[in-house]
Design a protein around this ligand. Structure first.
Ligand SMILES: [Zn+2]
Length: 304
C-alpha cells in the first residue's frame, strides 16, 4: 500500500515536472516572438503584446480624436467632425507614432437636439465618460493623453475638463489640441461666414471622405447668420447659436474645393504631428502636476 502511494506520488511529481518544462518552453517561445517593425496606430487593431510595444514606442503618448453626431448642413454626414478629425489624427500618428483611441462621439451638442440624428448626452455623462476614458487610457500606459478636438461645440467642455484634472491627483497629463484650420494662407476663401458645414469643413470632407459629400445639396438650405438676438458680444447665452444659425448650418458648403481641403487637411495633420512631438518632449507638466497635488494637501505650508 505504502509503495503504491509512493509510486503514485512519484508519477504525479514527474507529470508536474514535465508539464512545467513544456510550459516554460512555450513561454520561451512566446517571449522570443519579435514585435513587428511597423505597428498599427489603431488601438483596436493591436494585439495585447503589440499594444505593450506600442506604448513603449509612443513613449506613452496616445491620441483621443473627439467628434460628435450632429447635422452638418443639408449636404454632409452626421459624423463629419469625427471623420475629419480621425483622418487628421491617424495620418499624424503614422508620421509620429502614437496610439489612437477608437471612435469617440460623446461630447457636447445640446444646441442641435432639434435636428435629426443628433446624439446629445447629459453634461454629467459627458464628463464622467471622458474621465473614465482617459483614466482607462492612463491605466494602460497612456501617461500623455492628447485630446484632438474635431467639434466646435466641445470648445468650452475640453479646457474645463483639462482644468478639472487638478481636482484630485492623476498620474497622467491631459493635453487638448483644438485647432482645425490655419489662420491664414492657402487658396483664397470665397465666403466670410464659415463656422459649420461651410466652405472649410466641406472642403476637408472632400479629402477625408469625398464619398459622403453632397455638394449639389449645399444650397438647399440657408447657412446665413439670422441675427435673431440683440445682445452685446460679451453677453453669453446658450441659445446664441440657434439664434444665429437655426438650420445648424453656418456658411456655404457649395464654395468648397478639394484644393482648399487639401491645404487645410495637410496643415491640420502637420499641426497634430507637431503637437505629438511637443508632448513627447514635455517632461515638465507631469512633474509640476505632482508637485501641485502634493502642495494642495497642505496649502498653509505653501511659501511664495
Ligand atoms: Zn463640424
Amino acid at each position: 500500500m505504502m509503495t503504491r502511494t509512493r509510486s503514485m506520488t512519484f508519477s504525479v511529481l514527474l507529470l508536474a515536472f514535465l508539464l512545467r518544462i513544456l510550459s516554460t518552453s512555450h513561454l520561451a517561445q512566446a517571449q522570443s516572438v519579435a514585435p513587428p517593425a511597423k505597428l498599427s496606430v489603431h488601438w483596436e487593431e493591436l494585439t495585447a503584446a503589440d499594444f505593450r510595444e506600442g506604448i513603449h514606442r509612443s513613449q506613452g503618448t496616445c491620441l483621443l480624436p473627439f467628434g460628435i453626431l450632429e447635422k452638418h448642413g443639408p449636404h454632409l454626414p452626421l459624423g463629419t467632425d469625427l471623420l475629419d478629425v480621425r483622418y487628421a489624427a491617424l495620418h499624424a500618428a503614422e508620421q509620429e507614432y502614437a496610439i489612437v483611441f477608437p471612435e469617440y462621439y460623446f461630447g457636447q451638442i445640446a444646441e442641435a437636439r432639434h435636428e435629426p440624428g443628433t446624439v446629445a448626452y447629459s453634461r454629467e455623462m459627458q464628463l464622467a465618460l471622458l474621465q473614465e476614458t482617459t483614466d482607462e487610457m492612463a491605466r494602460n500606459g497612456c501617461k500623455k493623453v492628447i485630446i484632438v478636438n474635431g467639434h466646435g461645440g466641445n470648445e468650452s467642455l475640453l479646457p474645463y475638463f483639462a482644468q478639472s484634472q487638478l481636482d484630485k491627483p492623476h498620474d497622467y497629463v491631459v493635453y487638448v489640441f483644438d485647432r482645425r484650420s490655419p489662420e491664414s494662407g492657402g487658396p483664397a476663401k470665397k465666403t466670410s461666414i464659415d463656422m459649420h458645414a461651410g466652405e472649410s469643413e466641406t472642403s476637408k470632407m472632400m479629402i477625408a471622405r469625398p464619398d459622403t459629400v453632397h455638394v449639389d445639396r449645399a444650397n438647399s438650405e440657408s447657412g446665413a447668420d439670422q441675427h435673431r438676438q440683440n445682445l452685446p458680444e460679451d453677453v453669453y447665452t446658450g441659445i446664441w447659436w440657434y439664434a444665429r444659425f437655426p438650420n445648424h448650418y453656418s456658411g456655404d458648403g457649395s464654395a468648397a474645393t478639394q484644393e482648399l481641403g487639401k491645404f487645410q487637411m495637410d496643415w491640420w495633420i502637420d499641426a497634430v504631428v507637431k503637437a505629438i512631438r511637443a508632448v513627447k518632449g514635455d517632461d515638465v507638466s507631469l512633474k509640476l502636476q505632482s508637485e501641485f497635488y502634493e502642495k494642495s494637501k497642505h496649502p498653509l505650508e505653501t511659501q511664495p
